[in-house]
Write a protein that binds this ligand. Structure first.
Ligand code: DHB
Length: 389
């Protein structure tokens, strides 16, 4: 008797559970946020998750009558893992949008799944130019390396920097940075005597920096992904490169706001070009930084947080525009052409390329209120990705 009762009760419980499950599946608007929460790129995951949660706290978790559910998954920045998680999120969880993607290989590994399942894929971090070509369902809210690099190659020769050695992480964004910086510098009459590439995983910068020291260029141009900048800065200073008269320049990834304040006064004066600085002097950004720091004590938002925050906005507005009923294609259509003031400045999702058009700022590391910041001193407005033909 007891056994039968037990079986009966279990069956009922299972029924009740699956009923709740299917209600949740039918009603919630699900965003699968795939991020590197552990491993070498963990700061990217931490920043984007914090920003996405802040956006939801500020804007509510119900949009056009749909409850928004954020499903955060750690891909440890291994592309095979990203792909498997994306597949599970689409097939089992029936997510409406895939988002996140800390590094280029993770974004590329997911692209076929977005295409096959007609699921919008919002790339919040990865920044190789070609990513948006990998699927018509990809929309990008981060930046591209060509976008950031060209401005610096225009600035350098006008500021006494004629010979530059490039040093980049040896994968998509690094190769983009090297190519676009070099081409533009040569066009502007500068010289690139050597282009060095370091492995993405566990890089040792020492032998490369020694080589740069021997070459004695006016400057060293660096691209490394978010989280690796502090190690470059430390070894650059330890080797006395600055004292040898070699300037450090790069895209803003190297003076990442997540790490900058810990780099010490040796970082003062480093000039970079990028789309976001926590010190961007606008009312919208001041409000964003204050709210971010209140919700995440001890953390300063960086450009990754910015990609996550604006990515959530693009998703929310698409959900609103489709009145909570949009399928993948309708959501995608509503993401294209969005234009708004981000904490980074004005931004726009180009309807043709699905890529971000935004201001690129030249910045110099300076001290403000006793802390190190990237202080903007010039702006190139509405820059499209130069990597697109
Ligand atoms: C990529 C990753 C980064 O951390 C970054 O700062 C820029 C680009 C990437 O893999 O695309």
């Amino acid at each position: 008797m007891q056994k039968r009762y037990f079986l009966h009760a279990t069956a009922l419980a299972v029924l009740a559970l699956s009923a709740t499950y299917s209600i949740a599946q039918n009603n919630n608007f699900k965003i699968g946020l795939i991020l590197p929460m552990t491993g070498q790129q963990a700061s990217t995951g931490r920043q984007i998750e914090a920003a996405a949660k802040l956006y939801m706290a500020q804007n509510g978790d119900t949009v056009a009558g749909r409850k928004v559910e954020l499903i955060v998954k750690d891909d440890t920045s291994i592309p095979d893992v990203t792909k498997r998680i994306a597949q599970e999120l689409v097939v089992n969880d029936k997510v409406n949008v895939l988002a996140g993607f800390g590094i280029t290989p993770s974004a590329l590994a997911t692209a076929p799944i977005a295409t096959q399942s007609k699921t919008p894929q919002v790339v919040m971090a990865a920044a190789t130019s070609s990513i948006t070509l990998a699927s018509p369902y990809i929309v990008r809210t981060s930046f591209t390396l060509p976008q950031a690099s060209v401005a610096l190659a225009d600035w350098a020769p006008k500021n006494g920097i004629k010979t530059v050695v490039t040093l980049v992480s040896d994968y998509g964004p690094g190769i983009d940075a090297e190519k676009f910086f070099k081409e533009r510098l040569l066009f502007n009459g500068g010289q690139v005597p050597e282009s060095l590439r370091v492995p993405l995983r566990n890089p040792d910068f020492a032998p490369f920096l020694q080589k740069v020291r021997d070459l004695k260029p006016d400057a060293l141009f660096v691209f490394v992904p978010s989280g690796a900048g502090a190690a470059v800065m430390k070894q650059f200073l330890e080797r006395g490169m600055d004292k040898a008269g070699i300037k450090l320049i790069g895209t803003g990834d190297v003076t990442d706001d997540d790490q900058l304040n810990g780099m010490g006064d040796g970082a003062l004066g480093v000039v970079t070009s990028h789309h976001y600085s926590a010190a961007h002097p606008s009312a919208v950004n001041k409000k964003f930084v204050e709210a971010f720091q209140k919700a995440n004590p001890g953390m300063r938002p960086n450009f990754m947080a910015m990609g996550g925050y604006d990515g959530m906005r693009v998703i929310y507005e698409a959900l609103r525009a489709t009145k909570g009923k949009g399928n993948g294609d309708e959501l995608l259509a509503a993401m294209k052409g969005q234009i708004f003031e981000s904490p980074r400045g004005p931004m726009f999702i180009d309807a043709q390329t699905r890529d971000v058009v935004q201001n690129i700022y030249l910045r110099k590391v300076e001290k403000k209120d006793g802390q190190l910041y990237n202080i903007e001193f010039d702006v190139i407005k509405d820059v499209k990705d130069p990597g697109k033909k």
